[in-house]
Design a protein around this ligand. Structure first.
Ligand code: SAH
Length: 416
């Protein structure tokens, strides 16, 4: 190993306390047996003592039989995140090494696709709930969702570095964790916890396309890795076409369309810095003849207003991509979110030449695939442009779906 983990982490006190013993409701037992790793505080009937974040918690059923062991977090409504269920066993370096090995093995096929920007660890779906690790070439970005990870992080990251050499690791903390600065012992969101500071723009490759990544100021951990396969599908639809990419961020779909042979690509986003990044990403890929040949335009503004304006101007495209941010994070927001998807679908089909393709995505977790599909289909039909040949897709393989709650992305490919 060329470097060492930041001393704050390397010297983080290990859990000294006894494991917390939890007796929980029958329904919680059943849910843990089914492999759901979250135990909510209100499902706990008895707690042996109040532990510290990161202490191990062992769950027993009414007959005092082992159910699960996991990370205890008294600061979170998710009081325990299970690491092992059904069979007891140690939670130590060899445990982390094995989970990481399995996760990296699942993603091995990506390495044959000129891709070094991908999610290495997808939390719950990779058996490490509350921990996400994205890789951008030689840099990893670790996103923690619970203070319970802090006492285990150095073990876990040392195992990762043994299997996947890296130049640096950046730490990102969830909003919930930032509310507990007393627990962080000086660790900060955005801190480099391993390796050299970031001195130049970081880049990664997705199916051979180069993108700049800003893990500190960018959205998510720097790039929307979950859309990789859908971008590849867009690339196959783009030849000879005029393309509109709405909510374009740093131009992921725009670059894919350009390499696929689009004559013109318009990136539309309300964020000026995101659009500037998309322009730089076109420049980074200018040695690809199709990218150099495609005309790239940007529109900065609110998508709803800008699309209405384009409709008014009589603009037409042969391929329209609409991949907005999450409109709903809670159930109570679903109705409003569906309204917004409906409006976008109506505007999108109005801008589409007959026989064109439209791609509509939703990353709103509480919006079901059925409700999303029905809403956009009804909206398009309502303006006389019914959607046809609908293909539904989801996340790329580095966002496995073992955990039902992680099934957030819905993407429809349609003709209209
Ligand atoms: N399609 C992108 C990811 C989109 S993320 C990709 O493939 O990487 C959502 C984007 O929508 C962000 O860049 C954000 O700046 C932009 N955005 C959010 N609200 C918007 C609005 N009302 N109008 C236009 N853009 C918006």
């Amino acid at each position: 190993m060329p470097d060492r983990l930041h001393p704050l982490l390397a010297e983080w006190p290990r859990c000294a306390g006894k494991p917390v013993k939890l007796q929980v409701s029958n329904s919680a037992v059943a849910s843990l047996h089914r492999g759901h790793p979250w135990l909510y505080a209100e499902r706990i009937k008895q707690e042996s003592h109040r532990g510290q974040p990161g202490d191990l918690a062992v769950v027993f059923d009414a007959k005092k039989r082992f159910v699960a062991v996991g990370l205890y977090d008294p600061l979170s409504p998710i009081r325990m995140r299970a690491l092992r269920a059904s069979k007891p066993g140690p939670i130590d370096r060899s445990f982390f090494a094995e989970r990481i090995r399995k996760a990296l093995l699942r993603r091995r096929s990506l390495l044959q696709t000129q891709t070094d920007g991908y999610r290495m660890i997808h939390g719950e779906s990779d058996g490490l709930p509350g921990l996400v690790i994205d890789r951008y070439a030689e840099t990893a970005v670790v996103k923690l969702y619970s203070c319970a990870w802090l006492p285990h992080l150095s073990d876990c990251l040392e195992c990762l570095l043994e299997q996947q050499p890296l130049a640096r690791i950046v730490l990102r903390l969830s909003r919930g964790m930032k509310q507990h600065p007393d627990q962080l012992r000086g660790l900060e969101d955005g801190q480099i916890i391993y390796g050299a500071p970031i001195r130049a723009t970081l880049t990664c490759r997705e199916n051979g396309l180069i993108f700049e990544v800003d893990p500190l100021r960018g959205q998510k951990t720097g790039f929307f890795l979950d859309q990789r396969d859908n971008r590849a599908r867009v690339e196959r639809l783009a030849k000879g076409r005029r393309v509109l990419n709405v909510f374009s961020y740093n131009g992921g779909f725009s670059l894919a369309a350009a390499r696929g042979g689009a004559t013109e690509v318009t990136s539309l986003d309300q964020s000026g810095p995101a659009l500037e990044s998309s322009v730089r990403n076109f420049a980074l890929n200018a040695d690809i003849p199709a990218v150099a040949k495609a005309r790239h335009l940007t529109i900065e503004g609110d998508a709803f207003k800008a699309l209405a304006e384009l409709v008014k101007q009589g603009e037409r495209y042969q391929l329209v991509i609409i991949d907005p941010p999450a409109f709903a994070v809670r159930r109570s927001q679903v109705k409003e979110a569906l309204n917004a998807y409906g409006r976008l679908a109506r505007l999108g089909v109005k801008l589409l030449e007959p026989g064109g393709d439209i791609v509509l995505a939703s990353c709103s977790n509480p919006v079901s695939p059925e409700a999303f599909r029905r809403t956009v289909c009804d909206a398009a039909a309502g303006v006389g442009r019914p959607l046809q040949q609908i293909e539904e897709t989801g996340h790329a393989l580095d966002h496995p779906l073992d955990f039902a709650e992680s099934r957030y992305l819905k993407c429809l490919f349609c003709k209209a």
